[in-house]
Design a protein around this ligand. Structure first.
Ligand code: GLU
Length: 280
């Protein structure tokens, strides 16, 4: 009985607090900054890359790209609740921006000259390197070992392109639409290796169901400078995003995002890149 009384009082107090907050909120936004109000911002991410861009079973989004995108959106005037994350697979990214499906893309999106003909990039905000994920007992140890082997990568990725053009043109390359499908193929034995950025592969290797089963070859087969893609010509967004990225590095949020997301995978990342500094 006594308990009930307490909860009733607590409930009344809560209602009063909520009412007060709601009134305060209304007042604030009326005199507001005009920074978006109830608007949403659509941001393209990956949905299947643990540690980078992942839609968790409960619907929560996690990963380094998600944290970078959330920080940048905040600087652009959008709270986390105003973000709508949209899945942008590797092969869809340029089109998603051109069509205006999303305002920006933070999806392990490497800055390349070819892509720059179609979209603009802010950043870079991370430097990764192409590597191989192989079974723990595999003796593949260099790129050319892949010639004649079954290899998996993703359509529209720099990883698949590099394999065909230079790393192992004679590999039997299967291309899927997402890396999670490649990982399943590695587990079943359908392929001998998966190739993409070490940052992505480390995230998969650290998943509890794969512990001890896979290893990274540890090869730096390329430089992948991650940028935030925007529609070609959207200079206003580009400049604001670059300013936000610089602030994120300066105030320590970039380091925190690295620790939170790459720490569990034991991924040794490169230091924060400087805006505009592309490592070829
Ligand atoms: N960073 C590379 C790329 O942009 C590989 C990862 C990906 O496919 O997202 O193509």
């Amino acid at each position: 009985m006594k308990l009930r009384k307490v909860s009733a009082a607590a409930a009344t107090a809560l209602v009063l607090t909520l009412t007060a907050t709601a009134c305060g909120g209304d007042g604030d936004s009326e005199g507001g900054s005009g920074s978006g109000g109830g608007d949403k911002i659509k941001i393209g991410i990956k949905y299947d890359q643990p540690g980078l861009g992942l839609k968790e079973p409960g619907g929560k989004f996690s990963g380094f790209d998600v944290d970078v995108a959330t920080y940048v959106a905040k600087e652009l005037g959008y709270d986390a609740g105003q973000i709508e994350f949209v899945e942008t697979k590797s092969a869809d990214r340029e089109n998603a921006l051109a069509r205006g499906d999303v305002k920006m893309i933070a999806a392990t999106y490497s800055i390349t000259d070819e892509r720059k003909e179609k979209v603009d990039f802010a950043g870079p905000y991370l430097l990764a390197h192409q590597d191989l994920l192989i079974k723990a007992d595999s003796n593949i140890s260099k790129g050319t070992d892949l010639n004649g082997k079954n290899l998996c990568s993703v359509t529209g990725s720099t990883s698949a392109q590099n394999v065909k053009e230079s790393i192992a043109p004679k590999a039997n390359l299967k291309q899927y639409s997402g890396y999670s499908e490649c990982i399943a193929a590695l587990q079943s034995g359908a392929v001998d290796a998966v190739t993409t950025d070490d940052s992505i592969l480390a995230g998969f290797a650290a998943q509890s169901q794969y512990k001890g089963k896979f290893k990274l070859a540890g090869l730096k087969l390329s430089n992948e400078n991650y940028g935030i893609g925007v529609k070609k010509g959207d200079t206003e967004a580009l400049n604001k995003i670059n300013t936000a990225l610089e602030k994120m590095v300066k105030d320590g949020a970039w380091d925190k995002a690295v620790q939170d997301n790459f720490g569990p995978a034991n991924y040794k990342n490169e230091p924060a890149p400087k805006t505009g500094n592309i490592v070829k």
